[in-house]
Design a protein around this ligand. Structure first.
Ligand SMILES: C[S@@+](CC[C@H](N)C(=O)[O-])C[C@H]1O[C@@H](n2cnc3c(N)ncnc32)[C@H](O)[C@@H]1O
Length: 242
């Protein structure tokens, strides 16, 4: 049997008739990740502390309800936290967490090109969309790191190893929309993740982007992220490192 497979594989490498399927590759890929997402939702929709699945109406403002729930459930308000946000844009979510947490020792870092998306996203947004410039924030605990995550995160990690390794809770907010940006950031932060850290995804149910990154990250790094709360049919989903 093994010899037949080997022979067929070598034959196809020599005569690549599978090229005929190239026009359908994206569709097959999409179906794979979309079906994986549906299966994931079916498995995980019960047992969450907050979940609105299924809701026929998507309401983006519900994400604040999710933040509020997570902040209250984990008593974030007065705790020393390390908050890292990937995809800041105008700073709406960044400012929400900054005003929510009152601990003077907390640190907040927001990463973004601040020149918009580095590539097209989802067929509706083009490279350069969501460009806002640096948000104005008057809080010495906050800093913004301008540039591609792929260019800025490694040196940030080197400079802040102590902060990232500290025992206080990290809140990592993934809101870059893109698969590339999400998988890169999670992979770099992996060595610093510890039980109890919180990871928020802002577009979790987008099959070929944040969901794909989540799926690959959790399976390739053998890490379990436990879903705890979700709104808008898992569009915004919060996890805790298990
Ligand atoms: C949806 S917006 C963020 C929204 C924001 N969190 C809010 O609450 O309003 C996504 C942002 O991710 C940024 N982004 C995506 N990929 C990036 C990358 N690889 N490096 C830096 N920024 C990136 C874009 O520039 C964009 O501003």
């Amino acid at each position: 049997m093994l010899r037949i497979f080997k022979f067929l594989k070598d034959l196809l490498l020599f005569i690549p008739i599978t090229f005929l399927a190239i026009p359908f590759t994206k569709t097959f890929q999409f179906l794979f990740y979309f079906n994986s997402l549906i299966r994931w939702i079916q498995t995980n929709k019960t047992g969450l502390l907050l979940c609105d699945f299924y809701t026929p109406i998507r309401d983006y403002s519900k994400r604040v309800r999710l933040y509020e729930f997570v902040a209250n459930h984990f008593h974030i308000e007065n705790q020393q936290i390390t908050y890292l946000e990937f995809g800041v844009a105008s700073g709406a979510s960044f400012k929400w967490w900054l005003q929510k947490n009152k601990n003077e020792q907390s640190t907040f870092a927001g990463f973004d090109t601040f020149e918009g998306l580095p590539e097209d996203w989802g067929g509706f947004y083009a490279k350069g969309d969501m460009s806002h410039g640096l948000p104005q924030v008057d809080d010495k605990r906050a800093q913004f790191i301008k540039g591609l995550f792929q260019d800025t995160l490694c040196s940030f990690i080197q400079q802040h190893t102590d902060t990232l390794s500290a025992p206080n809770t990290k809140i990592i907010h993934m809101d870059a929309d893109l698969y590339s940006a999400t998988i890169f950031s999670l992979s770099q932060l992996y060595p610093f993740l510890k039980k109890g850290d919180i990871i928020l995804f802002d577009e979790f149910n987008v099959a070929m982007h944040e969901f794909k990154a989540y799926l690959e990250f959790t399976s390739n790094f053998y890490i379990r992220l436990k879903p705890i709360a979700a709104v808008n049919n898992f569009y915004q989903t919060a996890f805790v490192v298990d």
